[in-house]
Design a binder for this molecule. Structure first.
Ligand code: AHR
Length: 504
């Protein structure tokens, strides 16, 4: 058995846990909206046509914030297509995903869904084919209380009270040549500065997100962030990051270590943003919104056949996740949490069907994919402050991401309840790890109060409509305590959360 050690100290605070780290993403893409969150004919649909099974799973997942309506979709979207009487709404060609958009769901319906799901909306405006005026218009429609044409139109459409959307994404992945209205950094920086200035004139307190690179392998990565922030530093609060990971060519060792890449990505964007701040002699710190992240078998998608016909809500990238994918998702959440001083918003992409923790069948069931479990548990347990968490233990070499620690971990401590939670992964493919947890700094009496482990002899096991609970969390794990050291055994390729409590 391998051995590792971690010492936890409530004084070693990185930052408070930002609840917005547990965001997700609903894009008008594939079956995320249509037959995902919305399916009026479904036996479990409510009076608005929303699937109540999906609403329940969304709440169980612990989602706090939902980015909407895209994604690549937003760069060709006319928001006003989705308001007013449904029968008058246009059907449009949707060019990002080559489908038909019926506009049955627009911002009014989505705001109703968000209220039912008890989530905050993070709204993305179209800076691909559109610009400042349309951003102002959708903001007026959503956030202006009353007494202007668009505010009163919202009221006439049934929403008396404004939506009060606080967080606005200024476009999506405009650095990508695939994006409708793709721009170079200088063009995007100018448009974003103009849009941000206009939105702030309308509502000064908004939190605005400028697009960073659509991935750290983009040729313009770094220079894009630098150019954009040079022009928008005082105008925006966040720069975005997007990253998707997958296992390449059976290289599980690298895949399990991909949180190293996320760490490096975050550190690079922080360094770039801070260097711009230094040049501008600003004391302000730009935050990171990691508003698209997940496991996505993108190489399979790129190799697929081109679409041949225009369809409403086609099946697009409905990846089926296995045990290893879930361990990686748990590890990516560990990486996000440990950067809580700078990453204060994040969205797993996406929520339903499209590379998603929740899957549905039209007219049929909804179920939890494997990746649902580490997300839901982390969202439920991570409260209070994130603690600096350094693990002493073995490491291994990876093809893609250099030397990787076998055990990666982070902890949170809630001073209000005294709860201490350790989140850890074992990336070793053969050996369990005995992890000793030093608790001396917590004083006498911190006792284990629950363990949750995701592991399986079959790393390829998945959950399906017929077998929706094949992979779940095991809560039977034991933690032994000797003095002020607790010991937990982490199975090979596993994700574990352990809660400690002081007796009241
Ligand atoms: O989440 C799927 C797609 O990935 C989004 O539409 C886009 O922003 C990203 O490239």
């Amino acid at each position: 058995m391998l051995k590792a050690h971690v010492t936890l100290d409530p004084a070693a605070v990185v930052a408070p846990v930002s609840r917005r780290l547990f965001g997700t993403f609903v894009e008008h893409m594939g079956r995320c909206v249509y037959t995902g969150i919305y399916e009026p004919g479904h036996p479990l649909a409510d009076e608005d046509g929303f699937r109540t099974d999906v609403l329940a799973l969304t709440r169980e997942l612990g989602v706090t914030t939902v980015r909407y309506p895209g994604g690549n979709f937003v760069s060709g979207y006319r928001w006003e297509d989705g308001i007013g009487p449904r029968e008058q709404r246009p059907r449009r060609r949707e060019l990002a995903w080559h489908s038909i958009e019926t506009n049955e769901i627009g911002i009014d319906e989505f705001a109703r869904w968000a209220a039912k799901a008890d989530v905050e909306i993070m709204y993305a405006v179209n800076l691909g084919t559109r610009g400042v005026q349309e951003a102002l218009d959708v903001h007026e429609y959503c956030n202006q209380p009353a007494g202007t044409t668009l505010a009163d139109l919202r009221r006439a459409n049934g929403a008396e009270r404004p939506y009060g959307i606080a967080m606005w994404c200024l476009g999506n992945e405009l650095d990508g040549p695939w994006q409708l209205g793709h721009k170079n950094a200088a063009e995007y920086a100018r448009l974003t500065a103009e849009t941000a200035r206009a939105l702030r004139a309308a509502e000064p307190g908004l939190q605005l997100v400028a697009c960073g690179s659509s991935g750290s392998t983009m040729p313009t990565f770094g220079s894009w962030e630098s150019t954009v922030l040079e022009e928008t530093y005082d105008l925006v609060d966040y720069i975005s990051c997007h990253a998707y990971y997958e296992e390449y060519d059976g290289d599980l060792g690298s895949f399990l270590a991909c949180a190293n890449d996320m760490d490096h990505f975050i550190d690079s964007v922080v360094a770039t943003a801070d260097s711009v701040g230094a040049r501008l002699r600003s004391r302000k710190k730009i935050q990171l919104s990691f508003d698209e992240w997940n496991v996505w078998y993108l190489s399979r998608f790129q190799g697929g056949p081109p679409p041949t016909e225009w369809q409403v809500a086609p099946r697009v990238i409905e990846d089926e996740y296995n045990v290893a994918d879930a361990v990686v998702v748990g590890n990516l959440l560990i990486a996000l949490l440990r950067h809580s001083d700078r990453v204060t918003a994040a969205c797993q992409a996406q929520l339903v069907n499209v590379i998603a923790p929740i899957r549905t069948e039209p007219g049929g069931p909804a179920w939890r994919q494997t990746i649902f479990h580490p997300f839901a548990r982390t969202a439920a347990l991570a409260r209070g402050d994130v603690l600096r968490t350094a693990v002493d233990g073995p490491s291994y070499e990876t093809e893609r991401y250099g030397t990787a620690a076998t055990v990666d971990a982070v902890a949170t401590h809630d001073p209000a309840t005294g709860d201490l939670v350790l989140f850890a992964v074992n990336r070793d493919r053969a050996e369990p790890v005995e992890l000793a947890v030093g608790l001396r700094a917590f004083g006498a009496g911190a006792r284990p109060a629950g363990t949750w482990t995701l592991a399986d002899d079959d790393l390829l096991a998945t959950n399906t409509a017929d077998s929706p609970d094949r992979v779940t969390l095991d809560t039977s794990g034991t933690v032994t305590v000797d003095g002020d050291t607790a010991t937990v055994v982490l199975p090979p390729v596993s994700w574990t959360a352990v809660r400690f409590r002081k007796p009241s």
